[in-house]
Design a protein around this ligand. Structure first.
Ligand code: GDP
Length: 462
């Protein structure tokens, strides 16, 4: 009969085996994914040397011995561009790394000495860390899986804000002229789809985030493929049954077929082949950027995050669980670029992030997925100062703008709750984008990357 293994022996087996963790980083574009992953790799490579990682016990205790890059196992996934990113940051003047556009991967092997030494504990242990970075826009497509073409068209009608409509004028005018039952003309369809994609891109640039389909913004290898040539029909007046019975060559049936192909051949494979296999995940959010951009954009970010977080809704009846049975066992959400505000505001940044994600966080806690919120700066571009004003000491930030101007400023108070009309009327928040700082050491300066690292991998370095 088999005896249960003693705890000591179990530990030994566990230690002897190479441990492995798949950690994914996501966020809407401009959220700071590329900067985050570049910094994460940099911090781990310089752990025990110049990296400042006091909030990561394995590093603080001197047990983290270093990190080596290994060849990644998934040959079909591009490699995360760490070296080009570091080269940009070392340039004169330093530049931000070029953002990644699709999924990318990097494998690190971490060596550490186990915290508790017993009879059987080896001197050192390894953790293989597979890091992934993918656009949060792709997650906006999960809700699209619960629709058919007709209900998707209805759902897209909610975007009626004046600013947003203005960005789609060209497409709206063109689409109004189309009849769902007319025979499709491929050239027209391609050109109207292009207008739709351009509307989405304009909306993205204007700071809107709730944009579907996600691949229209970041098409990768699908650029110009017919699968990306569709769009919603905003003013369907005929009943569903009549539309569904239209012949295959009709505009409606063609758009419907493309929509379905997009669901089956583009959205599903990402969840099935990648998302489902991640162990841990960090979602980055540029809360401060949205606060800086104004109420319509802030509202839009809130809506987009609501959609995006559905990919982490593990409730038994959630769409995700039903379709893909994912296994993420720990989640972090982080407000990025915290170096844009003075340190006394950081607690408010976390509170605001939690307020923004209140609903999804409730669902996650209910589903018993451990989740923690942070504010951090992956690559710190400012230094905190104090200025004397009328005999009073007030906090301030010093940094260099992208244009090269040195500034000393107080960017404003961050509200700890969702901002109401009075906040926007006061316009109490304003800051420029900063250029990365010149570095004295090999390790990048950061704010609370070590706290995030501890939450994401700390338990595996025990
Ligand atoms: P991605 O599109 O999510 O990969 O975003 P990036 O990592 O490319 O970041 C977008 C921009 O945000 C960068 O070009 C920087 O201007 C800014 N940024 C990112 N991280 C930081 C940070 O830690 N501090 C500051 N000040 N700016 C940052």
């Amino acid at each position: 009969m088999r005896q249960p293994l003693s705890r000591e022996l179990n530990n030994l087996l566990e230690r002897g085996r190479d441990r492995q963790l798949r950690l994914a980083v996501t966020g809407l574009s401009q959220a700071g994914k590329t900067a985050f992953l570049t910094s994460l790799v940099n911090q781990l490579r310089h752990a025990g040397l110049e990296a400042r990682l006091d909030l990561l016990p394995a590093a603080r205790e001197g047990r983290l011995l270093g990190a080596k890059r290994l060849n990644q196992p998934d040959l079909g996934v591009p490699r995360f561009p760490y070296d080009p990113g570091m080269a940009a940051l070392s340039d004169t003047p330093p530049r931000w790394p070029e953002p990644t556009r699709g999924i990318s991967e990097l494998r690190l092997e971490l060596r550490f000495t186990p915290a508790q030494r017993g009879w059987f504990t080896p001197e050192t242990a390894q953790l293989t860390l597979d890091l992934f970075d993918y656009p949060g826009e792709w997650l906006l497509d999960l809700p699209l899986l619960q629709h058919d073409f007709y209900s998707w068209c209805q759902a897209q009608r909610q975007h009626t804000g004046p600013h947003r409509r203005a960005l789609f004028t060209e497409w709206l005018t063109a689409v109004e002229r189309l009849e769902p039952d007319a025979e499709v003309d491929e050239a027209t369809l391609a050109s109207v789809a292009k207008m739709y994609a351009e509307g989405l891109k304009r909306a993205k640039q204007a700071g809107f985030s709730d944009l579907q389909p996600g691949r229209f913004l970041l098409p990768g290898e699908l650029e110009d493929a017919p699968v990306l040539q569709f769009f919603p029909l905003p003013d369907l007046t005929k009943p569903r049954e009549i539309l569904e019975a239209l012949p295959q060559e009709s505009l409606y049936a063609t758009l419907k077929a493309r929509f379905r192909y997009y669901q089956q051949q583009v959205v599903r494979p990402f969840y099935r082949d990648h998302f489902r296999r991640f162990d841990r995940q960090i979602v980055l959010v540029d809360v401060l950027g949205a606060l800086n951009a104004g109420p319509e954009r802030f509202e839009d970010l809130s809506h987009a995050l609501g959609q995006l977080m559905k990919s982490f809704d593990y409730g038994k009846r959630s769409l995700l669980t039903r379709l893909f049975a994912p296994k993420i066992d720990r989640l972090a959400i982080a407000a990025t670029k915290a170096d844009h505000v003075t340190p006394d505001q950081h607690a408010n940044v976390v509170a605001l992030l939690e307020a923004l994600l209140a609903e999804p966080l409730k669902d996650l806690r209910y589903a018993n997925v451990p989740v923690k919120a942070f504010s951090l700066a992956a690559i710190r571009a400012t230094t905190a100062r104090e200025v004397q004003e009328d005999g009073k000491r007030t906090p301030a930030l010093r940094g260099t703008t992208l244009e090269g101007e040195e500034v000393l400023l107080y960017p404003g108070d961050v509200p700890s709750r969702l901002p109401g009309t009075d906040f926007w009327q006061r316009q109490g928040f304003d800051y420029p984008s900063f250029r990365p700082m010149h570095r004295e050491s090999d390790a990048l300066d950061h704010i609370r990357m070590d706290a995030a690292l501890d939450w994401l991998i700390g338990d595996k370095l025990q």
